[in-house]
Design a binder for this molecule. Structure first.
Ligand SMILES: Nc1nc2c(ncn2[C@@H]2O[C@@H]3COP(=O)(O)O[C@H]4[C@@H](O)[C@H](n5cnc6c(=O)[nH]c(N)nc65)O[C@@H]4COP(=O)(O)O[C@H]3[C@H]2O)c(=O)[nH]1
Length: 642
């Protein structure tokens, strides 16, 4: 429960107590008023009743008084004996002497002031007693007085039982209202708790959420100021989207739950873990004295991911990327610290994921460079300032050029040539890869159409397609329209897809690749051997070609030999054409030829060429010049390539 919530609870309880006390006081005042009213009413009725009876007895006593017959007087009085509470009764002559009477409490009844004949009856009521002096008259002449004293016990008895009943009902109502109020309070309290939970906790992992993260970290940094020594670790789950897409959200949630548990297990006393986004977590390390401590913690987090995660009959090998920022070393406020940890996280991802990075100030510079590059690339695309270079590919057995790989080139007017290895990742993370990718396809098709018009036909052009483009469901239609516009057969176009990118989101990609292949477009898997676990996926991919990564070719002679031989054998087994890229020398070429490699590409044959150089290369080839013998490591090739 949060502090504000505890305060709300206390306020709620004191409000309940105040309400109960107020209700009790109101009940008490109302009780006193009603009781007084009831007492007065009862007394009025009581006096009325008694007077009626006393009046009747007085009328019956007139004869006795006139004849001065004490016995007859006593008989008349006998009617009053049955009155409950009667203490004394007497018939008095006009001179005040007593004709007859009786008393029960030892006191005579002659207490009241002597009534006059005109009086309708004199009544005196004090707290304890009611006294009535009723004139006895005959023929309009007063002959005596009937005096009666009554105790008020019965009246008090009635008032008492009324008070008792009122108290019982009042207290019962009060108890009931206390009960209802506390039940309501409990319901309100649990609703408040639930709201509090929803506002501060993530329902999937049970961890505190981003709201709580922002509020708690901000408060801690703010309260402690420069003395606050803590670390902030931001963590992204690598390839989480793939799990969600392939196994479904339900399993994705289950995985997040397991990840949360492992992160909790890595915490030290004082640390807190939060889920701050879909597959993003944050850990606040308190206290944290040194970068070495942060480093040790980063390792500890990675170690939690060494064992696979059992999810829906699968054993998932999950990795994470982390960025760490330290306060006050890197920043002392929430915004700057989070931004620095995020920059470090970005760096960890760029370093190939499955790792962590501590923030360094120069990372920010790189960040700024990246942002500038992004803006410049946008401008370059708007102004059609990119170009394509074409690197020929040779069929080893026939010595024929079978195609080109089109490679993007960017020669910035101020920054000079910028390598695709630098700007393609920027395009990918900014989404610019979509317009850039379409531009590449259009430019390559336009170039092929020009060659076709010059009678240079019978070969294909391969373009690189990034994973992000494969999420564009309109890609097949776009390619169709471009091929039709340039009157090109679909087999003339080849799409190169990087193996590791493909594995990131296999199922979705496979569906799109099938749609492309069904149209006759050739598909090639690029940089083969550098991905994670391609073998299982390979037979399921609708492929025509496999490109052995240049790093294996470079390792010939040496370790590269066994690997390339194995890849070639496996590719042929799957009926795939094999291209070796990055072939730089004759030894490599000779080895690949003997190993049965189908196609080669590399500086040995040619560097990537500007369009007009590529055209000249083709003309020479058509004229029968041996491409390998004629290969001039193109000095005039477009800048920007490796
Ligand atoms: N050392 C050496 N290098 C050789 C040799 N032969 C070719 N190369 C270089 O190897 C890279 C091959 O392209 P990649 O593997 O598809 O790798 C490409 C590709 O992944 C990406 N890229 C380039 N153009 C595009 C594009 O239009 N779209 C996308 N999505 N990616 C592109 O950038 C990467 C780098 O491209 P480049 O710098 O042009 O670098 C090219 C090429 O210039 C050789 O014999 N030795």
């Amino acid at each position: 429960m949060t502090g504000s919530h505890a305060q709300m609870g206390r306020l709620g309880r004191s409000a309940t107590t105040t309400s109960v006390v107020t209700a009790a006081a109101a009940l008490l005042v109302a009780g006193a008023l009603i009781t007084t009213l009831q007492f007065l009413t009862l007394r009025r009725d009581f006096v009325g009743d008694i007077r009626a009876q006393v009046g009747a007895t007085a009328a019956n006593s007139a004869g006795a008084v006139v004849f001065d017959d004490a016995e007859a007087g006593a008989e008349a009085l006998a009617a009053l004996r049955a009155l409950p509470g009667l203490r004394a009764a007497a018939i008095l002559r006009n001179d005040g002497t007593r004709l007859s009477g009786f008393e029960r409490d030892g006191r005579a009844a002659e207490a009241p002031p002597t009534p006059r004949l005109t009086d309708a009856g004199l009544v005196r009521v004090d707290l304890r007693e009611l006294a009535i002096a009723e004139p006895i008259a005959l023929d309009g002449r007063r002959v005596g007085t009937l005096v009666v004293r009554m105790g008020l016990d019965r009246l008090y008895g009635r008032v008492g039982s009324f008070v008792l009943m009122f108290l019982l009902v009042g207290l019962g109502a009060l108890a009931l209202s206390v009960l209802l109020m506390s039940r309501m309070r409990r319901q309100v309290h649990s609703a408040e708790l639930q709201l509090d939970r929803m506002a501060h906790y993530d329902p999937i992992t049970g961890l505190l959420n981003r709201n709580a993260f922002n509020a708690q970290l901000d408060a801690r940094l703010h309260d402690r100021g420069e003395d606050c020594r803590l670390g902030l670790l931001l963590l992204d789950v690598d390839g989480f989207k793939t799990v969600n897409d392939t196994l479904g959200h339900h399993q994705g949630d289950a995985l997040l739950g397991q990840i949360a548990a492992r992160l909790r297990a890595a915490l030290r006393q004082g640390d807190t873990v939060y889920r701050v986004g879909g597959d993003e977590f944050a850990i606040v390390l308190v206290p944290l004295e040194s970068a070495a401590e942060a480093d040790a913690f980063g390792r500890r987090v990675l170690a939690q991911f060494q064992q696979p995660f059992p999810v829906a009959d699968h054993e998932l090998h999950i990795t994470v990327s982390c960025g760490i920022g330290l306060a006050p070393r890197d920043a002392a406020d929430l915004h700057a610290l989070t931004s620095h940890a995020d920059t470090a996280l970005y760096q960890a991802k760029r370093n190939g994921r499955n790792g962590f990075e501590l923030f360094r100030p120069e990372m920010n510079q790189r960040n700024e460079q990246r942002l500038r590059l992004r803006a410049e690339l946008r401008k370059a695309l708007d102004h059609d300032a990119l170009e394509l270079a074409y690197q020929p590919q040779l069929a080893i057995a026939s010595d024929r050029v079978v195609g080109f790989e089109a490679l993007a080139r960017w020669n910035h007017p101020e920054l000079g040539p910028i390598s695709p290895a630098e700007f393609i990742p920027v395009a990918e993370e900014s989404g610019l890869i979509l317009p850039l990718g379409r531009w590449v396809i259009r430019a390559a098709c336009r170039q092929m159409a020009q060659w076709q018009a010059q009678g240079l036909a019978g070969f294909r052009v391969a373009v690189n397609v990034s994973a992000r483009q494969l999420r564009d469901a309109q890609l097949p239609e776009f390619i169709d329209a471009t091929l039709v516009a340039h009157r090109l057969a679909p087999e003339r176009l080849e799409l190169e897809i990087t193996e590791s990118l493909l594995l990131d989101n296999a199922e979705t990609h496979i569906a799109l690749l099938r749609r492309l292949r069904a149209r006759g477009i050739r598909l090639s898997i690029d940089d083969f051997g550098t991905g994670f676990s391609s073998m299982a996926y390979l037979p399921r991919l609708p492929l025509d070609q496999l490109k052995i990564d240049g790093s294996f070719v470079r390792a010939i002679p040496g370790d590269g030999e066994a690997i390339t031989t194995a890849i070639i054998a496996m590719a042929h087994h799957l009926r795939l054409e094999v291209v070796a890229e990055g072939v730089e020398d004759a030894v490599q070429f000779e080895y690949l030829r003997r190993a049965g490699c189908d196609v080669m590409q590399g500086y040995l044959l040619s560097r990537p060429l500007a369009p007009e150089q590529a055209t000249a290369f083709l003309h020479r080839h058509v004229a029968g010049v041996d491409p390998l013998a004629a290969a001039a490591p193109a000095a005039a090739a477009l800048p920007g390539g490796r």
